[in-house]
Design a protein around this ligand. Structure first.
Ligand SMILES: Cc1cc2nc3c(=O)[nH]c(=O)nc-3n(C[C@H](O)[C@H](O)[C@H](O)COP(=O)(O)OP(=O)(O)OC[C@H]3O[C@@H](n4cnc5c(N)ncnc54)[C@H](O)[C@@H]3O)c2cc1C
Length: 508
């Protein structure tokens, strides 16, 4: 007898999905699900409320967004043009380790690993001898950013020009509109209206339908909660608790204000530490995005607003906006027949531009653990475990920026410098302080280059260099590093100014 006989495989298929929310999370989800599932698999509907609106921020990304856009079939020049975007080679951190200091966290790698030993180990050996102390000379992304340059990688053999790694800055509202067009073309139905009631069935508490202010009811098999911070379904309806990470990531407010575009178009995000938080500067083609992220225990809203306005480099283009948040995440990202994606599922603060990545990875994992109407708990549990792990790894990396400071000039920085940190981060710091080693654990988002850049940049000191760096002789190491350094510096000269690159390829 055929093992499948009698099993109606099709009958349990998800027939309808309702996405609640039309911000970046909602439209990324709608565009991706409709692209992958196609029009015949199930009906996808998205409901959003014009009166509630979106959070309207989220303008800096990491390189993985390119993969998401390619999956959607988006042409990159068209994307940058439509979102009035620019290219990002990394983040400059100013005044973080100590007032007056700066460093760059680049995408891509520093130098080249040699003889199976990490470049970081060789560099530290040289740096401890006072040779080539500036690690940024070994990253084309860091060098190019310092002179506002950009180009895409070219096929140039061993040259650093073959490995240019980049992400984007973009106007979040324009990106959502662009994705909406793609999703609607793929058959997604958009409903405008405010949800005033959510109804569950008695059987396991699954969500059955939402009701709009005008009385219309929208039913679905699977609900995706992209309703933003309030978590309309996952929190308010299903009661999934929020795990609060304020003790490690104390910032809980942001004030934002766009300003005019500057003369230059930097190819990087800048993050400047302030008295009780930090300020971002994100260059777009038509304006500059600015915001101050701060902790309300140490700074009032008025002071934050004034600090932001006092530090704008170009005239403001509108009134400042205040946003409140609590860092952390839902204890379960997926509960019953509802998956939360975006701010509804949590927020770790924007320091390393990881929220849109969390949306992207949430969608990818939903697709690879896609349920049927039996909603097997094994799929849900796996999804939840992976999303919590992803969040915790990112959290540790973010906390590092606050913890590894020598600043003692304000109560906020005193708190951060002395706060207890999660065990895994504490171990990472001890390992680095002992031997200068950094590791990427399992599938964590940030690789050893990122950890190294921030640990060195924040001024953590390693007692000794990694002993395996003695594999090459001192002179051989010096010669090889000199060679890499000159290749990076020569490559930098080859790259055009980013404004010129955009003018030629993707001007809005
Ligand atoms: C200060 C700040 C800076 C940030 N910077 C970055 C960054 O640089 N990089 C990055 O990756 N991320 C960043 N983020 C995060 C990023 O903004 C979000 O991840 C992203 O915008 C997704 O938001 P969302 O779609 O989940 O929620 P929202 O944009 O809030 O959208 C919620 C949607 O739900 C709808 N909705 C809510 N309630 C109802 C209802 N009752 N009925 C109908 N519809 C409803 C709303 O109308 C809206 O469409 C930042 C966030 C903050 C707060």
């Amino acid at each position: 007898m055929c093992p499948w006989e009698g099993i109606a495989l099709e009958s349990q298929r998800i027939r309808s999905i309702l996405i609640v929310g039309g911000g970046t999370a909602g439209w990324m989800t709608a565009a991706a699900l409709s692209r992958v599932l196609g029009q015949d698999y199930c009906q996808i509907t998205l409901v959003e409320s014009d009166t509630i609106g979106t959070v309207g921020v989220g303008e800096a990304t990491i390189p993985q967004l390119g993969t998401f856009n390619r999956m959607l079939g988006i042409d990159e020049n068209e994307f940058v043009r439509r979102t009035k975007g620019s290219f990002k080679l990394g983040i400059e951190f100013v005044d973080w380790g100590q007032v007056g200091e700066r460093y760059f966290h680049p995408f891509g790698n520093f130098g080249l690993d040699m003889e199976g030993v990490s470049f970081h180990a060789y560099w530290m050996r040289m740096a401890k001898a006072g040779i080539f102390p500036d690690i940024e000379e070994f990253s084309l992304m860091a060098r190019a950013a310092a002179s506002n340059r950009f180009m895409r990688p070219v096929n140039a053999g061993n040259s650093p020009l073959s490995n240019i790694t980049y992400a984007f800055h973009f106007d979040a509202g324009l990106y959502a509109l662009y994705l909406r067009e793609l999703a609607e073309a793929n058959g997604v139905r958009r409903v405008e209206g405010k949800i005033t009631n959510v109804e569950r069935d008695g059987n396991g508490g699954h969500i059955r339908q939402v009701r709009l202010e005008n009385g219309e009811a929208l039913e679905a098999d699977l609900f995706i909660d992209c309703s933003g911070f309030r978590g309309l379904l996952i929190g308010e309806t299903l009661g999934v608790p929020y795990r609060d990470w304020s003790a490690h990531l104390p910032c809980n407010r942001a004030v934002t204000a766009p300003s005019e575009r500057g003369n230059a178009l930097p190819s990087y995000t800048r993050s400047t530490a302030r008295k009780a938080g930090w300020q971002w500067r994100i260059p777009l083609q038509h304006r500059t995005g600015n915001g101050l992220v701060y902790c309300s225990d140490y700074m009032s809203d008025d002071e934050a607003t004034q600090t932001l306005l006092d530090n704008l480099e170009t005239p403001a283009l509108g009134d400042p906006r205040l946003i409140r948040f609590t860092t952390g995440h839902r204890e379960r990202f997926w509960e019953a027949n509802c998956v939360s994606i975006g701010l509804a599922s949590g927020f770790m603060e924007p320091l390393e531009s990881t929220s849109i990545w969390m949306i992207q990875t949430g969608i990818a994992r939903l697709l690879s653990n896609f349920p049927d109407r039996s909603f097997a708990s094994v799929d849900r549990d796996r999804y939840n475990r992976l999303m919590v792990e992803e969040s915790e790894y990112i959290r540790d990396f973010l906390v590092l920026h606050y913890k590894a400071t020598r600043r003692d000039d304000t109560p906020f920085w005193n708190y951060c410098r002395t706060m207890p940190v999660p065990d895994r981060l504490a171990e990472k710091i001890r390992v680095f302080e002992n031997s200068g080693r950094c590791f990427r654990e399992n599938d964590e988002l940030f690789n050893d280059t990122s950890w190294f850049a921030v640990m060195v940049g924040q001024g953590l000191q390693a007692r000794r260099y990694d002993p395996v760096a003695d594999l090459l002789s001192f002179e051989e190491t010096r010669a090889r590093l000199a060679h890499i350094r000159s290749a990076v510096l020569a490559s930098e000269q080859h790259m055009p100014d980013q404004a010129q690159f955009i003018q030629e390829h993707c001007a809005a």
